[in-house]
Design a protein around this ligand. Sequence first.
Ligand code: SF4
Length: 311
Amino acid sequence: MRTLPPAARQALDQAFAYSSVASHRRREADGGMTIKHLFKLQDARTIETVVMRYEASSRSRERTTICVSSQVGCPIGCSFCATGQSGFDRNLSEAEIVDQFLHARRELAAIDRTLTNVVFMGMGEPLNNYHAVVAAIRRWARPDTLNFSPRRVTISTIGLVPFIERLASEELPVNLAISLHAPDDDLRGSMIPVNKKYPIAAVVAAARAHADRTGRRTSYEYVLLEGVNDSLAQARQLARVVRHPRSHVNLIPMNPIEGSSMAPPTRARIRAFATTLQEAGISTTVRATRGLDIDAACGQLRARELAASPA
Ligand code: SF4
């Protein structure tokens, strides 16, 4: 606002916060196509947000996806996740979720790109912060704000059944991604503690009901861990579990976490797992791993920052 005198600008600057998130660290990978932000909040806590650009191909249009956080840390505690290992501080406010989007949007405008998709796959379990997440999606969608369609938003959940059921009744046509990661309750329970409360059959039933009611796709996220959940028998079992006209499986080779004994399978094994699913009639993709050199998996950059500067 350069038309105002400097004293007025300074007074405004002191009286108002322009954004509830401030850039603290910013790292690029994949030739600048992946950008990871570590944002500082007004209480000095930090969260991660990742922006991924994809060029147009013969099969898809150019798109830019933002992966937003919904909580500072996460209370779910999955064994393979850096965020889960660093504990839980608090929920994000609606403004803190909205502002991750706005910050990225301003930065992309400088290179003539715009955000096309939002995924709630950053730090936190979005359905554990239900009100703020739904309010942020509704705010992005308002014609007098961004007019950003909920159809371009994907909520990724570990499978909190009552909230999936509630989401289905919201008249909010978002896509649902279920973090499944195992085809049976014994294995899933050992990786994801909340599986004891909401076993696979209940989660899949709620996801199917959401898909039937909204017409949106359910994508089952499956982090492939060598020797844990990557056998062909497990692929066949997974196909039986997720079978539904609107189901899709997204295979994610694990991003290595420092100090973890878990590792991604070989490429050949990943291909064999994907082929087994496809031959069983399940729509399947293998997610391209992005930003390995910038700790792009959820929680890794923040964990490194916390370790370097303990409170
Ligand atoms: S995988 Fe998701 S739900 Fe599990 S600990 Fe990490 S952020 Fe939380």
